[in-house]
Design a protein around this ligand. Structure first.
Ligand code: NAI
Length: 508
């Protein structure tokens, strides 16, 4: 363990949202902390804010009073950069501009000791570029906290080309000593989380643009079926549509306009219209006083058909069997069907989406009454299932399918017929991006899963999700999506290698 000793003085430069949070974390870990900002009074105001926050935690019994007082005693506003000469670590959290950050570190190098560690909280500027003008670039690394820094457990330790392993290790060990979970990343666009999470937003926005479902239903489906903490519309409304769009655009630009990162026209329209989300009162949803809460669109009740057969023992089939049984509904079972159907109910034949639209699958099978179900994280517990019917599917078969699912206790979210549906399409793209990120040596497989669970609260790391669904299935979904929607959905080399070798993406 090479964490900086708590007696080491830490400075945080930039007393905005992130700087104030990081200063609080370092002070609570026992370090003397300087906070500096070029804006007059900004550092003093941030310290007052930290003071109020810590006192509130103490009065709620969530923080020890003596710990809070020690932290606050050690927290001071610096009047000038020269005050920081005795620091052992300086963390920069100023405006997101390369010229400003490079100029700051240039000025700091003239002030601090040669062994003072330098860190940047940048979320998008290459650490290599920030350190390029330094005399000792080896001591600069990224220390990427998430917002709000005191509450979010993850810190990405970002190494540029010149960052020494000792710098990265000391930053990681220090973050760990501060109660955070550190993951290591190479300085590539978006680092880990801001890159791998892009499909979560991009696929949701695309589904909305294709009119597959509405924002309230999309959020509901991603929460209930995908197990995500929030859906893409409510989450981007919280982040701010402008901020989310800017990150997406910066990753797309950095990846030389790769189609999978293409910014959304729909999101740009929201930004242009000032519908930035919660902060402006309206985004995808309406947050103004008296506005109705978003309501998902679920199918009206239908009668459950009398003839039901459940095929095979896939997770969805097993859940259907158990849920029907609990509700006293009679059904037949058979072993897995050759065409991988999950259930028959009256006229309807139900399958799990494999990346083809229901319409194409109905055509390929020569079976008009074809309906598709989406991927569900936990089909035993889920209270909702998206259902897509082929265009040639008779209404009576559609009603039979809805009746079956409702009888099994699912609310049914009828979606327009889109290749890969909602959860499957998004999760397949998250897995593909995760596989590519590890393959390119940005981070280890273990750190990737950890980063996505802690940085954006995913219910499973994408590589673990792939182990659960099977690389072959993800490859099939993406290959079908690619055939209908183009290069955006190309399975990456690492995923193809997992499919052909039978090895887990963890072993890549
Ligand atoms: P902010 O706008 O809230 O605060 C920036 C502060 O830096 C302001 O108080 C400003 O007066 C000060 N400042 C600007 N130039 C300065 C300079 N040359 N010297 C000293 N102070 C200076 O910004 P925020 O959101 O705290 O972001 C700061 C950094 O953290 C950025 O690099 C951003 O990309 C990164 N970041 C932001 C996250 C977020 O959710 N807001 C999450 C993770 C990283």
């Amino acid at each position: 363990m090479t964490a900086l000793a708590p007696r080491t003085t830490v400075a945080v430069i930039g007393a905005g949202t992130m700087g104030a949070g990081i200063a609080q974390v370092a002070a609570l870990a026992g370090h003397p902390v300087f906070l500096y900002d070029t804006r007059p009074e900004a550092a003093a105001q941030a310290i007052t804010g930290i003071q109020q926050g810590l006192h509130a935690l103490v009065s709620k019994g969530r923080l020890d009073a003596s710990l809070a007082e020690t932290a606050l005693d050690g927290l001071r506003a610096a009047d000038a950069l020269a005050d920081l000469s005795g620091c052992g670590l300086i963390i920069e959290a100023i405006v997101e501009r390369l010229d400003a950050k490079a100029a700051l570190f240039d000025a700091l190098e003239a002030i601090v000791a040669p062994d003072c560690l330098l860190a940047t909280n940048t979320s998008s500027i290459p650490v290599t570029a920030i350190g390029a003008g330094l005399r000792h670039p080896g001591r600069l690394g990224g220390l990427h906290f998430f917002n709000p820094a005191p509450r979010m457990p993850l810190v990405e330790i970002v190494s540029g080309l010149d960052t020494t392993p000792t710098t990265a290790t000391t930053l990681a060990d220090t973050a760990t000593a501060w109660g955070k979970t550190a993951v290591h990343a190479r300085s590539t666009p978006g680092f880990i989380v801001n890159r791998v999470a892009r499909p979560f937003y991009a696929e949701g926005l695309r589904l909305l643009q294709e009119q597959v479902l509405d924002p309230a239903t999309l959020d509901h489906v991603m929460r209930i079926c995908g197990g995500f903490r929030m859906g893409p519309c409510e989450l981007t409304d919280l982040i701010g549509q402008d901020i989310n769009a800017a990150v997406s655009r910066s990753v797309w630009t950095a990846f030389h306009h790769a189609p999978r990162f293409e910014p959304s026209l729909l999101q740009q329209e929201l930004v242009d219209g000032g519908r930035l989300g919660r902060k402006s009162g309206r985004g995808f949803h309406d947050y103004r006083e008296g506005a109705p809460a978003p309501t998902p669109h679920l199918a009206a009740p239908q009668t459950c058909p009398t003839s039901i057969t459940i095929h095979g023992d896939s997770p969805l089939a097993l859940a259907l069997r158990a849920r029907l049984q609990t509700r006293g509904i009679a059904f037949h079972t058979t072993s897995a069907a050759q065409d991988q159907r999950i259930a028959e109910a009256g006229e309807a034949v139900l399958y799990l989406t494999d990346g083809r639209s229901a319409t194409r699958r109905a055509h390929d099978l020569d079976r008009p009454a074809t309906l598709l179900l989406d991927l569900v994280l936990d089909p035993m517990l889920a209270t909702c299932l998206p259902l897509a019917a082929a265009r040639q599917c008779p209404d009576t078969a559609r009603q039979d399918a809805i009746g079956l699912l409702q009888a099994a206790g699912f609310g049914v979210a009828p979606t327009q017929d889109a290749p890969g549906m909602v959860v499957m399409r998004t999760v397949a793209m998250l897995i593909n991006e995760a596989a590519d990120t590890v393959h390119q040596g940005v981070c280890s497989a273990a750190d990737l899963n950890l980063a996505m669970r802690l940085g954006v609260n995913y219910p499973l790391g994408p590589l673990d999700w792939c182990d659960r669904i099977g690389a072959g299935m993800i490859g099939t979904v993406l290959t079908h999506l690619r055939s209908s929607d183009g290069e955006r959905y190309r399975p990456c080399g690492a995923l193809q290698s997992a499919i052909h070798s039978g090895k887990s993406l963890h072993d890549a």
